[in-house]
Design a protein around this ligand. Structure first.
Ligand code: M6R
Length: 366
């Protein structure tokens, strides 16, 4: 039931303050002192021994995996490889006994992701699932796992599953980081607190939907679009581009901002919209230079910035202001305006938002 919403996708975008909360409900202690993940507590000794994490996934779930790479590396100091399940399954991967394999899948039925975990089932590695659908094949064929609890997702374009997957990855990274004594109790609890702020920060972004809709109207006739970001916002750029291409059929690509000058910048002219993730973080100054490079080639810049920003605002054609967010949670907040943009652009182009052409909700065949 779509309730008051015109499409499932819009409903699911708006559900995110609640679905993220559902993901950490009962897992983050009420007093924010600790995280408890019942689904992986039995294998915790194995997780603490893990020398490497290999994430396998497809599409949006693969993008969540890329965000996870930054989280595990930063907060738990575990090396991570993020693999397209479709490639991993046909390679000859080297798996060590103390590897931790994590399959991320909303449906839990994606054929390539399922085949990827079957590929490693005879190894001694620990295999975890991060699935949304309870009892799905991937959740059954893994040693342990953490459900995202985002509720049924109907729109083919994944939205709330993505933010819930990142919520799970954040909880896992913080929990492991603390148990491994990489995060002090003080840092751990501060980061837990940041995580609990996500629902309200998402609400703040949802409240400016009208503004985002106006920007959508300006760019609805574009035939191409670029997205750029740095650090953990690079996967957000990839995800923003995927949302736009799959529902509006506008050709869109995401890049790490510094890669632009290695090729993609040649695409820029006065017709090219470039969506830039330029938050007030460690990469801010570098993003400003990347935005200047785009403006120097007459590209149109639509920047997602931190509320109160001045420097980017003075250069960009449009800015979307989001609330100040700690870098650990910034991907979950900054994807929201890109989901809303893609939705409205697709709608204005008369596309079938919930069921885009050529796509199925879960890809259970190769
Ligand atoms: O169910 P899964 O998470 O395994 O699905 C993976 C992809 O097929 C899925 O994320 C796809 O890319 C979506 N259409 C993206 O919006």
């Amino acid at each position: 039931d779509k309730g008051e919403y015109e499409h499932f996708m819009l409903k699911e975008i708006h559900e995110q303050p609640v679905t993220v909360q559902e993901t950490f409900r009962g897992r983050v202690a009420m007093d924010e002192s600790k995280i408890f993940l019942g689904g992986i507590s039995d294998v915790m000794p194995k997780l603490l021994e893990a020398k490497r994490i290999v994430i396998v996934a497809c599409g949006t779930s693969w993008h969540a995996g890329l965000v996870g790479e930054y989280l595990f590396e930063k907060y738990a100091r575990i090396p991570v490889e993020v693999e397209y399940a479709s490639e991993f399954r046909y390679r000859d991967p080297i798996i060590f006994d103390n590897d931790l394999i994590i399959a991320i899948s909303q449906s839990g039925e994606t054929a390539d992701t399922l085949a990827a975990i079957r590929k490693v089932k005879d190894s001694r590695a620990t295999i975890l699932g991060i699935c949304n659908v309870a009892g799905s094949s991937i959740s059954r064929e893994t040693h342990a796992g953490v459900y995202t609890h985002a509720g049924i997702e109907i729109g083919v374009a994944s939205t709330k599953a993505f933010t819930s997957q990142i919520t799970v990855l954040t909880m896992m990274a913080l929990l492991l980081g603390h148990k491994k004594q990489i995060l002090s109790t003080e840092e751990y609890q501060k980061l837990i607190h940041e995580l609990t702020l996500v629902p309200d920060k998402i609400r703040e972004v949802l409240a400016i939907e009208d503004q985002i809709e106006k920007i959508a109207a300006t760019y609805k006739d574009a035939s191409n679009a670029l997205y750029m970001g740095r650090g953990a916002l690079f996967p957000v750029a990839l995800e923003g581009a995927l949302k736009l291409k799959e529902i509006s059929y506008i050709h869109a690509e995401g890049y790490p901002a510094a890669e632009m000058k290695h090729g993609p910048i040649a695409l820029i002219d006065e017709k090219m919209p470039v969506f830039a993730l330029a938050l007030n973080d460690n990469n801010y100054e570098k993003m400003i230079s990347n935005i200047q490079e785009v403006k120097a080639r007459k590209g149109k810049v639509i920047a997602v910035v931190t509320k109160g920003d001045k420097a980017v605002k003075s250069m960009a054609d449009h800015v979307i202001e989001i609330p100040e967010a700690h870098e650990a949670i910034a991907p979950m907040i900054s994807i929201i305006p890109l989901q809303i943009l893609a939705y409205h652009i697709a709608l204005m182009r008369g596309c079938n938002v919930d069921q885009p052409r050529n796509l199925a909700k879960s890809v259970t065949v190769e």
